[in-house]
Unconditional design. Structure first.
Lengths: 333, 333, 333
């Protein structure tokens, strides 16, 4: 892709040579010939051998050799152009050790070694099932979705288009719902529902998304989930939600659109996180609680401002203690 | 199964048609013809097309079309009947890509694709080894136990009857025990013990149960463990213990019978959790501590009542500060 | 190995029969003939049938039948001798179901069933790729390194010599870095860097080490990482660092040499943990923070002494409240 084509793709202004062939992206200070980099707003450009640099609007082109592309958000522009540069579609290849029953419909571009697909399953065009992926019966995987190695999709799971599921993630295992009998023994509540993952969802490695008990577990369009995350039965996550690593969401909790959830957050069951809420890492949401829009922190979660004020109060206890001591002395005098 | 047979199985009273054929369980409000649902105690019945509903004793049968089964615990009754309705035993099938050495004894009903079994291992009747399961040498798996896809059982692991292990779980890896030498280098302490998992244990997906160092790691009968849980070397967990997702138990800790451990709980090593203790989510148990029966909360764990009282005190600091300010003013006057 | 050879290997004094053949290690109280055990400093010896016991220097040999080896650190001596006793090198064996392309260079001793290796990869002598391991393209694995079953190494990952990676661990998946556009949609920032794992590193089961975004993620020599740990993109971990289970390290954070990190610790991005810091379990390090040498605790982390003092203050609020009440009463009188 030539520098001018990149500028056109980004609808951005180019200053410099529009004819340089760009083959890959790189860090600003490690880039070499043929590479494009970006300068983050507010940072110094320093030395760079990049052939092309995406710079903030208003950047002084000065004496830079590189072709410059001006963007209101250079980091975003860089993220948008990167996949264009390496989108070398995987060659259509089905490994002959894969097990694909005749009554499934696999249109995937790539099926790796030791892949297993169950009966009645459908995988769309342009998708990839990497080595060792295990797909149950009646599973739906959309188009251009990449399932990385050793993922397990249980029966009946449905995954949309343009999704990425990283290695070792398990989707559709039984939820952790038990009923205790009179002898203290636990009996599993039926875990026979489904999982629906909408389009453009990305899920990290070794995460777990449990199936609904009787209903469904649903991950909304454009949501991004990190590694080692636990999503329990009947959870409903909206669109464009971000969930960082090692967070756990208990059964039937609802997270509405456009929330940001930090890492190692724990949410009890039947909680409701309203659209636009931001929950800091390691926070804890009690069962049944409603978390309104805003920034939340701590266990149990409280608004960040309150958390900070309270924290300051706690740090002031020693001073308060000394004041009381002094007062007592004076009163006694 | 006919409605009267279900009532008989549950030793419960039936009001209505005992002759309806029930084929599956469903949510009360989504159930259709041929399905059985339940009404939770204290909830309204609303509209339902279920053919049969398990209702609390004392429920007014009124004008409901469905056959009604009366139970002291409808949710439990529903959980108990569900497996009877879908217990279609898997057909006896061994995939020809499985690797089973001649000196192992595999009586399992189902062996999936790309399963590997080590020498000297034994798997009992009615069990399932799903696709991609890797079983080491001298492993014992009991009868009617289901090992889901891509689980790994290291050498010498022993699993009882009627267990369920969900996908991606690793049992018997080396514990995390190191000894530091004079140069600050760490040397692994021998991790050559075993893991014993008793009958009726269920373990979620992507969990880890480490082998004993020199002794054993043991999970007691009827215990239920969720996804992404970490159980370290030499841990001993009693019977009918429930452990929610992402909890971690350090080496040599003992959890006695009938405890309930929330999610994301952390326990230090050599702790002792006495029978009947309930530990809230995200709590932390310090190494070597004894947790008595009762409800515990926070890090380090304290009795829930104490935790609440202290929390209220902390919230009252601001008021206390203002009181001291006022007092100081008056004293100065 | 004879008792005298063991004493010689440990450069330690032997009292008793130097000619006893020792075949394995065992717990002091479970050891039998032919086994070596150790007595921890400060503990009582009790009954033991061990043929040989490593005891602290100064231990009174008294009337013990066992051969005694005197060591300044019996536990370390025991850890050092153990691998000598079971280092029966795995027989050179390549399973015929493994997929190894002709342009890769695999000198491993053992390649299990259903292993997949990508093009251009190199695995050194004495290494083991256990059943179901999936290795991408252009991966480097050193000598005498053991990769346990069902691990996944993405393209370009580099692992040193004498490493152990336990089952189900995923190395080199894309980091969790996104850029939000004006419509609130997230676009992945390019995650095309590498992972470098140096020599003598051990990683537990079901952990995740993400690749660098544009740069590298690096784990230093001799570092030990437990199960279910999350290491994000561009993290740099020094030498001889210990990280316990379920800890998560966010992007670009640096942990210098000789740190000890407890379990379930969370670290924000771009933090810096200075050499020699010890961070207690469940602690939280805020993004961008520097953690100096010393012992740290809580969220956000504070020096352990401060944490304890503050905790004591919080516990004293009730008393303070009562003092203020009393003072107010007296002032009003």
């Amino acid at each position: 892709m030539k520098t001018q084509e990149i500028a056109d793709f980004l609808s951005a202004e180019l200053v410099g040579d529009g004819n340089i062939e760009i083959s890959s992206v790189a860090d600003l200070h490690k880039a070499a010939a043929g590479q494009i980099a970006f300068l983050e707003k507010g940072k110094e450009i320093g030395d760079s051998d990049a052939a092309c640099i995406i710079v903030p609007i208003g950047f002084d082109p000065g004496a830079h050799d590189a072709a410059l592309i001006f963007s209101a958000n250079p980091k975003l522009a860089f993220a948008l152009i990167a996949p264009k540069l390496f989108s070398k579609e995987s060659p259509r290849f089905w490994h002959d050790t894969s097990h694909i029953p005749t009554n499934s419909e696999i249109r995937a571009n790539f099926v790796g070694a030791f892949v297993v697909v169950g009966e009645g399953s459908l995988v769309g065009e342009g998708s990839e099932l990497n080595d060792g992926v295990k797909i149950g019966k009646n599973v739906r995987v959309g188009t251009s979705t990449v399932i990385h190695s050793n993922c397990v999709l249980y029966d009946g799971v449905s995954i949309g288009n343009n999704c990425v599921i990283h290695a070792g993630t398990v989707i559709g295992a039984a939820g952790f719902g038990y009923v205790k009998d009179g002898n203290g023994e636990y009996h599993i509540f039926p875990q026979i529902g489904i999982v629906v993952i909408e389009d453009n969802v990305e899920i990290g490695a070794n995460s777990c998304i449990d199936r609904g008990a009787l209903g469904e577990t649903r991950i909304g369009e454009g949501t991004k989930i990190d590694n080692l995350v636990q999503i329990a039965q009947n959870v409903r996550i909206g669109k464009r939600v971000v969930i960082a690593a090692q967070t756990g969401i208990s059964g039937s909790t609802v997270i509405e659109d456009d929330c940001v959830i930090g890492g190692q957050v724990g949410m009890g069951d039947h909680a409701l996180v309203k659209s636009g809420a931001i929950i800091g890492s390691q926070a804890g949401v009690l069962p049944g609680k409603t978390v309104r829009p805003g920034v939340w922190w701590g266990t149990p979660v409280q608004p960040l401002d309150e958390y900070k004020r309270q924290n300051a109060h706690v740090k002031g206890i020693e001073r308060l203690k000394n004041q009381v001591k002094e007062l007592t002395k004076r009163t006694e005098e």
